[in-house]
Design a protein around this ligand. Structure first.
Ligand code: DON
Length: 579
């Protein structure tokens, strides 16, 4: 495992443990913002209060996370946004990073061996999409000015914000690396002192960059001094980014894809997002009825992991940027293909009767970032964006004040050569100039008879896909409230390694035994090492009374679901029965 990723995950182990499986969700009736930083959620809610809609709130929250969540929130990365308008229309926005024109696979190898260049330093950087993405969403569907929605982020950067234990630990963990270059040292360790919870963290360079973007728009980033600073720093360090790469960058408005699960409609992002894989897993599962008391039972788990494995196998082989490889979405979601995969699973089920037992609470873990917003009119936004690794490439260009991504590691640098998430991918996702790497990020919406009931998404590399599937099941199959659904311990299966990884206390001993009898290979902890993983920020709407339930993942104790209501609403632990 690359050292960078090891250290990323190590941090998560150092983080405090949260056991909050049955905390009630936040409840409100005029709007909701959920993100992994309370301060950013509050920024979003303040925008709603000021009369903004869910899109305004999403843009403000996105910029605020770029300040208060420097590991993961960003303006130097990219992602996907799924918008639901009160009119009923759903729209996708692809603001994923794009590979530079001069990129080639050989740059990442030395004497036939993969170097660290795909995860560390300027060769790993794709042209960032966040600024153009957020600004374009605001322009098309927002109601407030760029200045207005960016102002909170600018002030948080300029005046600073109070560090949580987690953020202080993350910075300290990178002390050696951040102290080794002048511009990161100036921001993170100006006095060579370690950080403590309660310290104020100020980012003057970032405040200036944000302030200029708020005045001049995305042009300041793509056609002006920011592009120039990044290209200069990249060239100096042997990178291949050019000004043309920035001039040619553009976001894409896309049509979401959809599928059915338990009489609900799942709306999710098309390629190069992994909505296809979310839909493939759910479509395979759709003809296997799960009993209400089947949560984490051996049969349900066996079926789930088999569906995950089959869908990941196809994902790794056939999916990539659709502008380079014709989209396989239609073929993979065709009833013929799904039926074939359902048959394969049916043959592998052995019914084993053991004593049932209950499962208990999860542990906490940190990484990339997903957030969700909802307003009183019924507009909704689901955003997942990322620098890829923790603090991305760990590079800040000149005085720009923000980290650049290391998204190019999401490509297959060579066919079947695994990336930092152990994904072995094929020709469809081979690295190429101007191409976007296949992503696991899959912002998703769930509808019941055309009514929006869930806004969700996750962070955590390929586990994003399996977290989303399990949360949908937890609500629709196992009647959990949205908070319990995302806090519940989860498991993950991708194609390779041929192992199902699970969080502690996910399964009883009996269940583990039964799963093993059905020839499942299981291992505690993700990739055998990391006790918990992922992050979700979800909203559930009860169509019967329009109550809004927000849930921040207990694995991210710095986050919050903050609701907007005329008066305080009492927390409730009730689940909602959908027809
Ligand atoms: O787009 C992807 O699939 C990855 N770059 C996501 C990375 C991620 O979620 C990191 N956090 N665990």
């Amino acid at each position: 495992m690359p050292k960078k990723y090891y250290s990323t995950l190590l941090l998560t182990i150092l983080s405090p443990v949260v056991c909050a499986k049955y905390l009630p969700p936040t409840i409100a009736n005029k709007g909701m913002v959920v993100s992994e930083q309370k301060i950013a959620s509050q920024v979003g809610v303040d925008i709603l209060k000021a009369g903004g809609n869910a899109i305004d709130a999403a843009v403000a929250t996105g910029y605020a996370l770029a300040v208060v969540d420097p590991c993961c929130g960003n303006i130097g990365g990219g992602g996907f946004m799924l918008i639901h308008l009160k009119s009923g229309k759903n729209i996708g926005l692809n603001f994923r990073e794009t590979a530079p024109k001069k990129i080639k696979s050989s740059l990442f190898f030395s004497a036939g061996k993969k170097t660290k260049a795909s995860t560390l330093g300027y060769l790993s950087v794709g042209v960032p999409g966040t600024v153009m993405g957020l600004n374009s969403a605001l322009k098309k569907y927002g109601t407030l000015s760029l200045k207005q929605v960016m102002q909170p982020a600018i002030l948080l950067a300029k005046n600073g914000f109070i560090l949580s234990t987690n953020n202080a630990q993350f910075f300290n963990h990178e002390k050696k690396l951040f102290s080794s270059t002048k511009n990161t040292q100036k921001i993170f360790f100006p006095d060579n002192q370690k950080w403590h919870a309660g310290d104020r963290f100020i980012q003057k360079d970032l405040a200036k960059t944000l302030s200029m973007i708020s005045l001049k728009g995305a042009r300041y980033f793509y056609q002006g001094p920011i592009a120039q600073a990044i290209v200069t720093a990249s060239e100096k360090a042997g990178g291949v980014l050019s000004l043309q790469d920035f001039h040619h960058y553009h976001i894409r408005w896309v049509t979401p894809i959809h599928c059915e699960y338990r009489k609900h409609t799942i709306v999710t992002m098309p390629l190069p997002s992994s909505g296809t894989t979310v839909c493939q897993i759910l479509s395979i599962l759709n003809t296997f009825p799960f009993p209400k008391n089947g949560f984490h039972s051996s049969t349900v788990t066996h079926i789930n992991t088999a569906a995950m494995q089959l869908a990941f196998h196809d994902r790794n082989q056939y999916l990539g940027d659709p502008r380079f490889t014709p989209s396989a979405t239609r073929a993979l979601l065709s009833s013929q293909h799904i039926k074939k995969q359902q048959e394969e699973i049916r043959h592998s089920i052995i019914h084993i009767h053991l004593n049932p037992q209950t499962t208990t609470s999860p542990k906490e873990k940190l990484e990339t970032t997903h957030y969700s917003t909802y307003d009183k009119e019924g507009n909704a936004v689901s955003v997942t964006y990322t620098l890829n690794g923790f603090f991305g490439s760990k590079k800040i260009a000149g005085n720009t004040g923000f980290f650049l991504n290391n998204e190019l590691d999401d490509f297959a640098l060579k066919k079947d050569l695994k990336n930092q998430f152990h994904l072995k991918q094929g020709d469809a996702n081979l690295i190429a100039p101007n191409k976007q790497p296949l992503s696991s990020m899959s912002p998703t919406l769930v509808f019941n008879h055309h009514q929006l009931i869930m806004i969700l998404g996750a962070a955590g590399g390929p586990t994003i896909i399996t977290q989303i599937v399990q949360t949908i099941e937890n609500v629709l199959d196992f009647d959990m409230n949205i908070q319990a659904a995302i806090n519940s311990p989860h498991y993950h299966r991708q194609d390779s390694p041929a192992t199902t990884f699970y969080e502690p206390q996910t399964f009883s001993l009996d269940t583990l035994k039964a799963l093993k009898l059905m020839k499942n290979h299981l291992e505690k902890y993700l990739w055998g090492k990391y006790p918990t993983w992922g992050q979700q920020a979800a909203i559930l709407i009860d169509p019967s009374n329009h109550l809004i339930f927000g849930a921040n993942d207990a694995r991210r104790p710095d986050g919050a679901a903050i609701g907007l209501s005329k008066k305080c609403l009492k927390p409730t632990n009730n689940h909602i029965q959908f027809q």
